[in-house]
Design a protein. Structure first.
Length: 227
C-alpha cells in the first residue's frame, strides 16, 4: 500500500471557487471522481486559507496502484485549474505520526504508529461522511452541502453540526474558546489559533530566541463551551 499526499492551490480567478463553498466544490469536483476510480482504498482531506498559498487543500490517500490514478488526477487538476504544490513527495503521515500533540503521556499506549492508524481511520471515516453530505452541483459547477431544516439541532442548517455534537458527547470534550482583541482577527478563536498567531508574530520579528509560553499575552477572556 502506498500513502500519498496531493496538495493543490485553489485558483483565485476560477469562478467556481469564488464563494464560501470553494472547499465543497474541491471535494465534489476533484476528490469524488478520484475515489470513484476504485483505486483509492482510504483517504482524508483538509483545507486552509492563509497568506502563503491563499486557498489550498490537501488530499491524503492510500492506494495499491498509484499509477492508475495519475492520468485522472492530472485531467481533473487541469480542468479545475488547480496548481500542484507537490511539496510532500515522500509523504508518510509524519505530521501525525511524529507529532507530540497526537500522543500524550499514556501508560497504556506509547506506540505512535498504532495511534497514527487510529487517527487515519477517524479522518477517513469523517471524510467519507462529509462526501456523503454533498448534495449537488449547481449551474455554476459549485458543490453544496445538504441543507438540514432541523434548526433545533442544526442551527446553521448544516448536518455536520450534529456530527460535531455527537463527537463532543462521545468524548466529553468542551472546547476552550479565547476572547481576543487582536486587530484584524476574529474576536473568538481557539487557543491553538491564538498561539499560532503570536508564534507568527514572533517569527516575523526576527528574534533569535525561541518563543516560550511566557511570551504569549493572555487573552481578554476564555471560556469552555458545551456543544
Amino acid at each position: 500500500m502506498v500513502t500519498k499526499s496531493l496538495h493543490y492551490r485553489i485558483p483565485a480567478n476560477e469562478p467556481r471557487f469564488a464563494d464560501s463553498h470553494w472547499f465543497e466544490t474541491f471535494v465534489g469536483s476533484f476528490v469524488v471522481p478520484l475515489v470513484a476510480t476504485g483505486h483509492i482504498q482510504s483517504y482524508w482531506f483538509s483545507h486552509y486559507e492563509d497568506g502563503q498559498h491563499g486557498k489550498h487543500a490537501r488530499f491524503r490517500i492510500r492506494t495499491e496502484n498509484p499509477a492508475a490514478i495519475q492520468a485522472k488526477e492530472a485531467e481533473l487538476a487541469a480542468d479545475l485549474n488547480l496548481h500542484d504544490l507537490a511539496d510532500e513527495p515522500n509523504y508518510d503521515g509524519g505530521e501525525i505520526r511524529n507529532e507530540v500533540r497526537f500522543l500524550g503521556t499514556n501508560q497504556r499506549q506509547a506506540d505512535c504508529d498504532a495511534r497514527y492508524e487510529l487517527i487515519w481511520d477517524f479522518l477517513h471515516a469523517s471524510s467519507k461522511l462529509l462526501v456523503d453530505c454533498l448534495s449537488h452541483e449547481d449551474a455554476d459547477k459549485r458543490w453544496h452541502i445538504e441543507h438540514n431544516p432541523d434548526y433545533g439541532n442544526c442551527t446553521a442548517g448544516n448536518t455536520v453540526e450534529s456530527f460535531h455534537h455527537l463527537f463532543c458527547n462521545l468524548t466529553g470534550l468542551e472546547p476552550l474558546v479565547y476572547e481576543t482583541n487582536i486587530p484584524g482577527q476574529r474576536r473568538l478563536m481557539s487557543p491553538m489559533y491564538y498561539n499560532c498567531y503570536y508564534e507568527a508574530v514572533h517569527r516575523a520579528s526576527g528574534s533569535p530566541h525561541p518563543m516560550t509560553i511566557a511570551d504569549i499575552p493572555p487573552p481578554v477572556g476564555k471560556q469552555k463551551v458545551q456543544f
